[in-house]
Design a protein. Structure first.
Length: 296
DNA sequence: AGCCAGGAAAGCG
DNA sequence: CGCTTTCATGGC
């Protein structure tokens, strides 16, 4: 089955939701890196479940197998009151709303914690296309293969499996110097005396960030990515090179002396409790629509 | 406080 | 085909 014909989706589950949602844009927006387009939809794993998803209408998703609809609804935050979130954004920021308008259907995904941490550890100083390649190679080499009549996919390997593979194996998969960080984190978590679940109980964002920064290779940027895409801390605002460029351009008249730390504070202040959500619009807009023009 | 290694491929001309 | 850049961090 190539998921190309209507009959391939006949037994799919159906999710009706309200608000803006763009499946393709969300899966290609640099928060998750392993989904592959197939036929009219996308195939990938959510945790250890192989899932096929297709946007059949503006406000409808088809899900294979049909018993994964709840998982997918949760994964893409389709149960959230999006209008209420949009209402928290600053109304008088024309630049920001232009970024929203260019892809209003972007949503923040709720990712499993370990694969989120490991993936962003491998993402440092790499391009999205490259992270995708490594991410898939790692899953295919160490992860578990899942089959369905309509497709195949690999789940992200558990910490134990990554730790057993070791740093040298990860290097062979193209992780470079990042292999050390991933191997160390896998070792730490595989032993079982430390769990990422502990982070869920942190009462403040600062506490959670400090918890995450204990891992080798995790600084503020990666911590904020895991907080936003994994823990659902919607105010976490990762400042990477793209965000730095776009904020400098839009809010600081291109002033090169403004530092990332200052931008972080400004963002929380300016965009509010869903600053991380706002970041995703700005990031996507910077990459897709502005690109090189931003340099000047 | 600022600089630089580390590591590989995509993205440019 | 070569050169630069790349969703950073840790250590000096």
């Amino acid at each position: 089955m190539e998921l190309e014909s209507e009959s391939d989706w006949e037994c799919a589950g159906r999710i009706k939701f309200s608000g803006e949602f763009d499946l393709s844009a969300t899966l290609s927006s640099g928060q998750v890196f392993h989904w592959l387009p197939k036929g009219k939809g996308w195939v990938g794993c959510v945790g250890s479940s192989l899932v096929g998803v297709r946007q059949s209408k503006a406000e409808e998703l088809l899900v294979l197998p049909s018993d994964q609809t709840d998982v997918i609804r949760h994964y893409f935050r389709l149960d959230e009151d999006q209008a209420a979130i949009f209402a928290t954004f600053p109304r008088n920021d024309a630049f920001f709303w232009q970024a929203v308008e260019s892809s209003p259907g972007l949503r923040i995904i709720r990712q499993p914690l370990w694969e989120c941490l490991a993936t962003f550890l491998t993402s440092s100083l790499k391009q999205v296309a490259h992270i995708q390649g490594i991410s898939l190679a790692l899953r295919a080499a160490i992860g578990e293969e899942h089959h369905a009549g309509w497709g195949t996919g690999f789940s992200y390997p558990e910490p134990r499996a990554v730790s057993e593979a070791g740093e040298s194996e990860l290097r062979k998969l193209g992780l470079g110097y990042r292999a050390k960080s991933v191997a160390l984190a896998a070792e730490e978590l595989g032993k079982g005396n430390l769990s990422l679940e502990t982070g869920r109980t942190c009462s403040s964002d600062e506490e959670l960030r400090e918890f995450l920064c204990q891992f080798h290779g995790v600084g503020r940027k990666i911590a904020h990515c895991v907080m936003l895409f994994g823990y659902g801390r919607m105010q976490a605002f990762p400042v990477d090179v793209w965000i730095e460029r776009i904020l400098r351009h839009a809010y600081y008249q291109g002033d090169p002396s403004v530092k990332a730390s200052e931008m972080e504070i400004f963002a929380g202040d300016h965009f509010g409790p869903y600053a991380g959500y706002a970041q995703q619009f700005l990031f996507h807009h910077a990459r897709v629509h502005l690109g090189k023009d931003l340099e000047k």
